[in-house]
Design a protein around this ligand. Sequence first.
Ligand code: SAM
Ligand code: SF4
Ligand code: F3S
Length: 444
Amino acid sequence: MSKKVFIKTFGCQMNVYDSNRIYDSLKTIGFEKTDNQNQTDCYILNTCHIRDKAKEKVYHEVGRVKKIYQNKKKPIMVIAGCVAQAENDEMFKREPFIDVVIGPQSYHKINNTIKNFLNIKKIEETEIDTIEKFEHFDKIKNSSNKVSSFLTIQEGCDKFCHFCVVPFTRGPEYSRPFKKILQEAEILIKNGVKEITLLGQNVNAYSFIENNKEYRISNLINELEKFSEIKRIRYTTSHPIDMTDDLIECYKYNKKLMPFIHLPIQSGSNKILKLMNRKHTVEQYVDVCDKILKNNPEVKFSSDFIVSYPGEEQCDFEDTINLIKKIKFINSFSFIFSPRPGTKAGEFKTIDNNISKDKLIEMQNLLFEYQIQTNKNFKGRTLSVLIENKMNETKKLFGRNKYLNSVICDGSENNVGKEVIVKVEKYNQNSLFGKIINLDTKAA
Ligand code: SAM
Ligand code: SF4
Ligand code: F3S
């Protein structure tokens, strides 16, 4: 009987992609994916280190798994992801239930590590060897057959924003070979994938040089556009300074590139951007948005914001509020600054938590207002929706419009994988509700 592996994933989309690739890799040594966390031979937690609570969550989760298995044979307990990279063998001292600690740039070693695990020695793999990792995974078929799938093109970060652990947990920027990415895209297409989201910590910094020619993300978008099976192309997460003219130009000509961009700015104050080491100003950010909108006026933006970064005064916070009002972000993430060990800002004096919480609530209320206003504007309109799956609980169909809003509608399962026209009848803050219509209407 084959052995079972269960993976619980925290953090960003790249962790979701990595978990799927770990399943693909372990399959080659006889492990089968299971959704039953109560009965598995190998339990992997794929972790995130971005804010302080993330780390505590990992130990809490391990404690929970320990309880599940207190009267049964213990699974091999693996900590993968960014906490593994940051904490390495410290984790064994704090929690002896953990057997293996493996960082994101060592996943090519996961097969041997698990295969040779003998329960006598703890194993830590946190060397950063991104090239070898991708070479290993290039030989293993990506089995994702989700209508909408991720595809990592770039990993790591050289920007060193003063608040962020990612350059330490994911290592330096690395761009995968252009052809390998397209080969993986072809596999996904054969699996039935209709939408590809290109992933990277700085996805638009993608740069691969071969025979003196530089390949950028714009070249990848142009190549993917040629596959008739691919209906939609997205990418995330972008840095404003890498929004180069070739990428902005794509918004003029590429019909499959979705008119929705997640473009984190963090703060609307130039003083704070400088303290964060963000390498761009508010004016440069607004200029990028304006240029994109000139090429395609349909484009909408979302962003990430950090509240109460050390040094933030009321006037800086108000600058951020004004920027939100100017751009009218339709869907954004906002967080209170969390000091991270090893980062520059980790040593700075923090702002009172009550003040920070009040600011966060004020910001989120404004962001939610735009979110709900956007959804309200869709009511009564027809939208093009890519149907991703049938929902188990309600038997309704789930899909997304061009702006990544969730759309829930009635209809037959035959529509899964198709772009259909939905008339929106109701909305709430997070979702749109409607029915599929067959009119040949021009949909938004
Ligand atoms: N690479 C992207 C960029 O350039 O903005 C995002 C990387 S990070 C995975 C996602 C978001 O987490 C950031 O945009 C930031 O808003 C937030 N974040 C990162 N470090 C943080 C910290 N120390 N405290 C609070 N939020 C943080
Ligand atoms: Fe973190 Fe900044 Fe790099 Fe984004 S660009 S991953 S926020 S260091
Ligand atoms: Fe978290 Fe690592 Fe992603 S810190 S956000 S899982 S890159």
